[in-house]
Design a protein. Structure first.
Lengths: 284, 303
């Protein structure tokens, strides 16, 4: 091994140079050229041999940096990748990594800003793909995040049975932590299932984890939408039923069907029962 | 005196094996008939709030010992140690109570950004002092010695003043850390840089080696690439034989990260390591060598 000399670069200098070169999207030689340096500039730093020169050795790391992250993101965003095609997805991730250099120690977080990057690319970059791509990315990312979000014991229907009317109405309602309500401008169901273009049509999606599997469904019922919004804050069952009632009382007279409080209560209860059945409500 | 217990033979825990492994462990009529003695988790994959990974980890931990292996400590980086990361690592360790915690001799971050890779260090006194000071900090924070793993590398620095094994030995001496000897990484780096793999084994202090990794790699023609997507090759098995001859029985683990085969295939490789270790140690004992500690069989019953 050669001995250290006074000219030996500092650890900081080595890491600064190598980080820049290994993460440059163009590869090591063009990145050196951009610094006004030739390939020989690395020869004093990295020991090459007849099999591989210094640049080629560093290029191994440059390739691994990009392709490891590309693989992770392709796995996390399979529908975005399919919608764009392999080449365009590759280019997207190249630009993404330049704009949003990974800063979190876990690879799990490397895709966290991709939906935002698609929605609002930095100045000078064009928006990639169809207009619904950012929403699709947000949905895929939400699935990823909820997969290992905080656990909560779901509320069992049995816990509601036998409650007095008063206990029932004052029962606190908490959604489980592993849920998210997304409001989109496009109906993503078709593209999620693997085909076609989504219609431009506002859609509220409820995404949640039940057991170990993340699900989502469109919330097509205005009453359920309103109850969900209310349930995002601390609420009781009575609060939710009240939201339900208010929704109907606010409807224009011409559209409002004759009010039947018993029917409204039954409908509210059906929604709550579905939430319980879906494991969407947390127990005490 | 052995500093780290011989846990026996284990595998790296990967998602496709979660359920089959749990089922196999529960189906084993006795601890000695378990498919593996212990598992190693990638720490970062379990630094999450809940869901299946944490549930599986709790269930596995109730059955067998678990070791935590990190990839993001970045102990050689000139960036400050990541406080969020250390906090998460310490919290996970408190919950898992691992047999030990390991990470790599590398840097993987600069300027607040991370490369999610294991970048090699120059083996200089400056780097040694820097890494040693950070190992001290981490060990104090985690209240236990770390095991530091040698990485596969594709470049060496012209200004390195030490060999990798001299660097690691000095790190052990200065910090009291242990070594996670990745035999495949020794094999890959020896090929890529033209040094003798045996010199590496001979150059590290025997009692510092607390764990061994075995894995597969790919021949790219100009170099070997550490891919963990193949079975362990014959050359690495031979080097493992030499490692057992030098270090005795050491907790040994099969790593597979890509093209992950069914659990049975990974367990079969782990069993091969167990048989090979037993064979080497038995031969050494028969030849009147020093007393065997922690054989494969002893490891199984110690669980």
């Amino acid at each position: 091994m050669p001995s250290e000399t006074r000219q030996a670069p500092s650890l900081r200098d080595v890491q600064e140079l190598l980080y820049d070169l290994m993460t440059a999207p163009s590869g090591v030689a063009p990145a050196l050229a951009a610094r006004g340096l030739g390939r020989a500039a690395l020869d004093g730093l990295i020991a090459g041999d007849e099999r591989l020169g210094a640049v080629a050795r560093l290029d191994i790391y440059a390739n691994m940096y990009f392709f490891r992250i590309l693989d992770v993101l392709r796995e996390e965003f399979p529908r975005v990748s399919a919608a764009l095609g392999a080449d365009a997805f590759h280019d997207l991730i190249t630009d993404y990594l330049l704009a949003e250099r990974p800063a979190h120690p876990s690879l799990r977080e490397v895709g966290g800003r991709l939906p935002g990057f698609l929605r609002a690319p930095p100045p000078g970059q064009v928006r990639r793909g169809p207009p619904w791509l950012a929403e699709l990315a947000a949905l895929e990312r939400t699935h990823r995040e909820l997969f290992d979000a905080r656990d909560a014991e779901p509320l069992a229907l049995a816990a509601l049975q036998g409650l007095t009317a008063e206990a029932f109405s004052t029962l606190p309602v908490r959604l489980i932590p592993a849920q998210r309500v997304l409001v989109h401008a496009f109906a993503l169901s078709r593209v999620w299932q693997g085909g076609g273009e989504p219609e431009e049509c506002p859609e509220t999606l409820l995404v949640w984890r039940r057991g170990t599997t993340v699900h989502h469904r469109a919330v097509v019922n205005d009453a359920e939408s309103a109850m969900l919004r209310r349930a995002l804050e601390p609420a009781t069952l009575a609060d939710l039923c009240q939201v339900f009632g208010e929704l109907f009382s606010e409807a224009p007279a011409a559209e409002a069907p004759p009010r039947d409080d018993g029917a409204l209560a039954r409908e509210a209860f059906q929604i709550l029962a579905r939430w319980v059945d879906d494991g969407l409500l947390a127990g005490a | 005196m052995r500093r780290f217990p011989h846990l026996g033979h284990g595998i790296g825990l990967r998602p496709p094996h979660y359920q089959p492994l749990l089922q196999a462990l529960r189906a084993a009529p006795s601890p000695a008939e378990r498919p593996v003695d212990w598992v190693e988790i990638i720490s970062e994959n379990f630094m999450v709030e809940g869901g299946n990974p944490r549930a599986v980890l709790r269930r596995l931990r109730a059955e067998i010992p678990v070791v935590m292996h990190g990839v993001s400590l970045s102990v050689g980086s000139v960036d400050p140690l990541d406080e969020r990361y250390l906090q998460a690592l310490a919290s996970l360790a408190d919950e898992v109570e691992p047999a030990w915690i390991s990470d790599h001799l590398c840097w993987s971050s600069f300027g607040g950004h991370t490369g999610h890779d294991l970048w090699p260090l120059p083996f200089t006194e400056e780097a040694l002092e820097h890494v040693a000071s950070r190992v001290h900090v981490v060990q104090e924070r985690l209240r236990r010695p770390l095991l530091i793993e040698n990485v596969s590398s594709y470049l060496q620095f012209a200004h390195s003043a030490l060999t990798e094994w001299e660097f690691l030995s000095a790190l052990v001496a200065r910090t009291g850390c242990g070594l996670l000897l990745d035999v495949n990484n020794v094999f890959v780096s020896a090929h890529n840089h033209g040094f003798a793999a045996q010199a590496f084994l001979d150059g590290v202090p025997p009692d510092s080696v607390g764990q061994i990794h075995l894995a597969g790699h790919r021949d790219e023609g100009t170099h070997l690439l550490d891919t963990h997507d193949h079975p362990v090759c014959d050359g690495v098995w031979e080097l493992y034989r030499a490692a057992v001859a030098r270090f005795g029985g050491v907790a040994t683990l099969i790593e597979r990260d890509d093209d992950i085969p069914p659990l049975e295939e990974v367990v079969a490789e782990s069993d091969r390591a167990r048989r090979l270790e037993h064979e080497v140690l038995a031969a050494r004992q028969a030849a009147g060598g020093r007393a065997v500690t922690g054989t494969a069989e002893a490891g199984r019953h110690a669980v």
